[in-house]
Design a protein around this ligand. Structure first.
Ligand code: NAP
Length: 485
């Protein structure tokens, strides 16, 4: 593999789609704006719609205007737009690939890109296998003097079995090293910050274990419902859409052991160990530890069955069964139509022994560390302090609050900027390795299996609330509560 040469042509399959317009093209523009995009670079978008290159570039410009975090700089845009090409063909037929292959060779001459390729599959999952196989058949992969990488969007399968089949199709053609399974959560600034906070601060590292931590709460909430994604969401539900990927990634970064170094594989090895340590639920354990919900009104959404049993909310309690975490519950919660949009991790510390203040003052709150992932990015530490004044001592919780996107810059890089750049430079640390996908599915499949034969009593929560009451009971039972901080 030619690792340091980042010159490349990016081929976006699904170039007329929502993801390309809202995320990928604005990210490429932002990289160009920051002078990070390689000099030797071009992008070829493939779609089915009939349009000229000029039309396509105009549409991309509109998307960049709407979704990029930087204003349009004429010179930067001009330079990028001249490198954007549009090819129209249907993924399932061979002739398109033949033409594409010779066109890419021409571009190699013009841009000195030396055969390096990023194949970005921004397409529905049923096309992943077809495209990869055709790339191989048309000699567009495994050129010895250059590199070719494939980027696969989520969802990666709909259960372990389908994920395995998909993985086989991809790895028959691309090596694991050249396969980039994207989970855009991993590109978010604060996610990358979790390891730094844990392993670069003496405040946190020594107390990050069962002796000091009472429980961990990982939640990702949205105010919106399913918007226009009824067709997709009906098959996925919150368990597959959120828990299998994003929530498991947050869990692994929170619970992993320190890696031996910062190399990609060392980090991924530790993440996988967390997933291997998760208890796999029996149907009885699912009954006890997992709550599913559906908001009132979901069944009336476009492309949703009026009798749908798809969950729009999941809350669960799981243990990471290793020495560091034995006995510490991890509570996970994700839902749509919640009261607020927020993704965060709350670490609740154990109380001090019941002497002095913990003896005299009955209602002291625990210490909390809150890692805020989105939309606010930052860290908050809640601890007890004396209210100023003479007379009896009153103790109240106070906050030390670091708001990253207020203080460092109000313009944090988009996840896709980081991720696209990492693909070009061959760094797969922020992408999911196959065994991470595999163990996440094992965990999630056990829940899906237990749910299969039981009809839930849906809908069971009102929009704008924190989900069904059973989600609160899950913690109340343990004398705990969700921290909506
Ligand atoms: N949108 C997001 O924010 C988002 C976020 C995370 C993951 N994803 C994933 O990203 C992928 C793409 O999502 P999307 O929202 O961009 O989908 P989309 O808007 O429906 O776009 C699909 C794209 O595929 C093209 N296409 C479909 N069938 C084709 C065929 N037979 N031949 C050639 N082109 C074909 C479409 O071209 P035409 O329209 O020209 O026919 C269009 O460019 C999906 O796997 C999705 O799950 C999307």
């Amino acid at each position: 593999m030619v690792k340091n040469n980042i010159s490349n042509i990016m081929i976006i399959f699904g170039g007329t789609g929502d993801l390309t317009h809202r995320k990928l093209m604005p990210a490429l523009y932002n990289l160009k704006y920051q002078k990070i995009l390689p000099e030797n670079f071009a992008v070829v978008s493939v779609g089915r719609r009939d349009k000229t290159e000029e039309q396509y570039r105009k549409e991309v410009l509109e998307s960049v205007k709407n979704y990029s975090r930087f204003d349009i700089d004429e010179k930067v845009w001009q330079d990028l737009s001249e490198r954007i090409y549009y090819k129209r063909f249907d993924f399932v037929y061979d002739n398109g690939y033949m033409e594409l292959s010779s066109f890419l060779k021409e571009l190699d001459e013009n841009y000195n890109t030396k055969g390096n390729r990023v194949y970005y599959l921004a397409v529905a999952p049923e096309y992943f296998g077809i495209i990869v196989e055709k790339l191989y058949r048309h000699g567009m992969v495994n050129n010895e003097t250059s590199w070719q990488r494939v980027v696969i969007e989520k969802p990666f399968g709909e259960d372990l079995e389908s994920a395995r089949k998909l993985n086989k199709m991809i790895t028959d053609v691309f090596t694991e090293r050249n396969t980039y399974r994207i989970d855009h959560y991993l590109g978010k600034e604060m996610l990358q910050n979790i390891m730094v906070i844990r392993f670069a601060n003496v405040f946190f590292e020594p107390v990050w274990n069962r002796r000091y931590i009472d429980n961990v709460q990982i939640s990702s909430n949205e105010i919106v419902g399913i918007e226009n994604r009824g067709g997709y969401y009906e098959k996925a539900g919150a368990l597959r859409d959120m828990v299998q990927n994003h929530m498991m990634q947050l869990l692994t970064l929170t619970a992993m052991e320190p890696p031996v170094n910062l190399d990609t594989e060392s980090i991924r090895d530790e993440k996988v160990k967390v997933l291997k340590s998760l208890e796999i639920f029996t149907p009885e354990a699912v009954e006890k530890n997992v709550v599913r919900g559906q908001y009132a009104g979901y069944r009336q959404e476009d492309k949703v069955s009026p009798t749908s049993n798809t969950e729009t909310f999941v809350a669960l309690k799981v243990h990471v069964e290793n020495f560091r975490w034995a006995g510490v519950p991890f509570y996970i919660r994700t839902g749509k139509r919640m009261p607020e949009k927020s993704t965060q991790i709350v670490i609740q510390f154990k109380p001090l022994p019941g002497i002095l203040y913990f003896k005299e003052y009955k209602n002291l709150l625990p210490n909390l560390l809150v890692i805020k992932i989105q939309p606010e990015e930052g860290v908050k530490l809640q601890f007890n302090a004396k209210v100023p004044g003479a007379g009896d001592i009153t103790i109240q919780p106070v906050d030390m609050d670091f708001c990253q996107n207020c203080q460092i810059s109000n313009n944090s890089p988009e996840a896709y900027e980081r991720l696209l750049y990492d693909v070009m430079r061959g760094d797969s640390t922020l992408f999911t390795r196959w065994d991470e996908v595999e163990y996440s599915w094992k965990f999630v499949d056990a829940i899906a299996e237990a749910w299969k034969d039981k009809t839930p009593d849906f809908p069971n929560y009102q929009p704008g609330t924190w989900g069904p009451k059973e989600a609160n009971e899950l913690l109340l039972r343990d004398n705990r509560m969700w921290w909506n901080v």
